[in-house]
Write a protein that binds this ligand. Structure first.
Ligand SMILES: *Cc1c(COP(=O)(O)O)cnc(C)c1O
Length: 371
C-alpha cells in the first residue's frame, strides 16, 4: 500500500517566473515597503474583486482585528463566538476587552443571533461574529440587534474571501470586516490580511493606525502600530488574485465530489450550498455522529491519519476552553451546547485547488464504510 500523504490544505502559489519579473521591478525601484506601487495596486485590485468600497492591506489577519477595535474605541465587553480560530478572541484580549461567548447555530456554525440579546450588559459595546468556514452570518438579524442597543459590529471575515449573498459581498456588513491572507486561506499573500471599511475617512484613519499613527512627515495622530504589508508580498498577491477564481472553481468541484460520495454514509453529515450565496469552498467540514457512524470523531480522525489523510479537527478545542478564557462565566459548556457538540464532531477534510481524483478517492475510502 503506497498511498501518499494528503494534506488538509496546500497554498496557492503564483507562477515563479512571473513573480521573478515583479521582483526585478521592485529591485529596480528600490521601494520595498511603505505604500509602494504594488501595495497601491493590490488595494485597488482587491476592492474591485471583492466588490467593496475601501480596502487597507495588513501584514496578517490578526492585526486588522486588533486595529478595528482600536479605531472604533471598543471597550468593556464584546459578544463573540467560541467557534473560531483563537485569534478572534485574542484580539479582544490584546485590547483589554472581556470576551462574552454566545452559542452558534448548527445549520451554519455562525453566531446564533437569538442568543445575543441575553448576553448584552451595560458594559457591552460591540459584537464580533465570524463568517466561519466562509458561511455568511445572519448579518440582518445581527444588525437589528446592534442598532437597537447602539453596538458596533466587527466581522472576522478571515474565511469569507469573495463570499457574496445575492450578488453583494458579505464584507460590506457591519462597521468593518477583516480578512486573513495567510498561506492556508483560499487567497494568500504568504502572510497577510486586510480590513474592509465603508468610507474614505475611516480608510485614512486605518492607514495611519497601521503605520504608527503617522498622518504626515512629522505628525502622529494616534498611538498606531506597525502592521503594514510590504511590496514583495503585495506583488505576490497581485499574481495570486489572477488565479483565485480558478482555485475556487477547483475547490467547488472537490465539494461536489465529497457530497456525492458521502451523502449516504450513515452518521456523517455536512452542509450543502445555500441559495443565493457565492461560496468560496474554503473548508469542507464533516460531522461525525458516533452512535450512528459506529466510530467516534477522534477514531475516524486517527484512522484517516494512519492512511495518510490529514484532516483537521477545526475548530477543536473551542476557544472558550483554553486556559486564558475558561474562567469566564460565558465559557461554560452549558452556555455553549451547540458549539461544544460541533467541536466534538467536526473534521475538516482535505480541501484545496490541487487535489487529484486519486487523492479524493483516498479520502473518501477512509470515510465511506459502504465501499
Ligand atoms: C486565520 C484566521 C485569523 C488570523 O489570521 P492570520 O493571518 O493568521 O493572523 C483570524 N481569524 C480567523 C477566523 C482565522 O481563520
Amino acid at each position: 500500500m503506497d498511498s501518499k500523504t494528503i494534506t488538509v490544505t496546500s497554498p496557492l502559489l503564483p507562477d515563479l517566473e512571473e513573480f521573478h519579473g515583479l521582483l526585478e521591478k521592485i529591485w529596480d525601484s528600490k521601494w520595498i515597503t511603505n505604500n509602494g506601487s504594488f501595495h497601491k495596486k493590490l488595494e485597488a485590485a482587491l476592492a474591485e474583486y471583492l466588490k467593496v468600497p475601501y480596502v487597507s492591506l495588513f501584514t496578517n489577519g490578526t492585526l486588522p482585528l486588533i486595529t478595528a477595535l482600536q479605531a472604533l474605541h471598543v471597550t468593556g465587553e464584546v459578544i463573540t463566538t467560541p467557534y473560531s480560530f483563537v485569534a478572534t478572541t485574542h484580539a479582544l484580549w490584546w485590547n483589554g476587552i472581556k470576551p462574552v461567548f454566545v452559542d452558534i447555530e448548527w445549520e451554519t456554525g455562525c453566531m446564533d443571533p437569538s442568543k445575543i440579546e441575553a448576553a448584552i450588559t451595560p458594559r457591552t459595546t460591540a459584537i464580533m461574529p465570524v463568517h466561519v468556514y466562509g458561511k455568511p452570518c445572519d448579518t440582518k438579524a445581527i444588525k437589528e440587534i446592534a442598532d437597537k442597543y447602539g453596538l458596533k459590529v466587527i466581522y472576522d471575515a478571515a474565511h469569507a474571501f469573495g463570499v457574496e449573498v445575492d450578488g453583494e459581498s458579505v464584507l460590506n456588513a457591519g462597521d468593518m470586516s477583516t480578512l486573513s491572507f495567510h498561506a492556508t486561506k483560499v487567497y494568500n499573500t504568504v502572510e497577510g490580511g486586510a480590513m474592509v471599511m465603508h468610507d474614505e475617512a475611516t480608510k485614512k484613519r486605518i492607514d495611519y493606525l497601521k503605520n504608527f499613527g503617522f498622518a504626515g512627515e512629522t505628525e502622529v495622530v494616534a498611538p498606531g502600530i506597525n502592521s503594514k504589508m510590504d511590496e514583495i508580498r503585495a506583488a505576490y498577491g497581485l499574481l495570486n488574485l489572477r488565479q483565485v477564481d480558478a482555485a475556487i472553481d477547483a475547490r467547488h468541484k472537490v465539494a461536489i465530489r465529497y457530497r456525492e460520495a458521502l451523502k449516504d454514509v450513515e452518521g456523517i453529515s455536512f452542509w450543502n450550498d445555500l441559495p443565493g450565496v457565492r461560496h468560496n469552498y474554503s473548508y469542507f467540514p464533516i460531522f461525525v455522529d458516533a452512535a450512528r457512524y459506529g466510530m467516534t470523531r477522534d477514531e475516524l480522525y486517527f484512522k484517516m491519519e494512519e492512511r495518510g489523510v490529514l484532516g483537521r479537527r477545526y475548530f477543536y478545542p473551542l476557544i472558550s476552553t483554553f486556559s486564558t478564557y475558561r474562567g469566564l462565566e460565558s465559557a461554560t459548556p452549558s452556555n455553549l451546547p451547540v458549539a461544544t457538540k460541533m467541536a466534538d464532531e467536526v473534521i475538516c477534510l482535505p480541501m484545496h485547488h490541487a487535489l487529484s481524483e486519486a487523492d479524493l478517492e483516498q479520502v473518501i475510502d477512509c470515510i465511506n464504510v459502504n465501499r
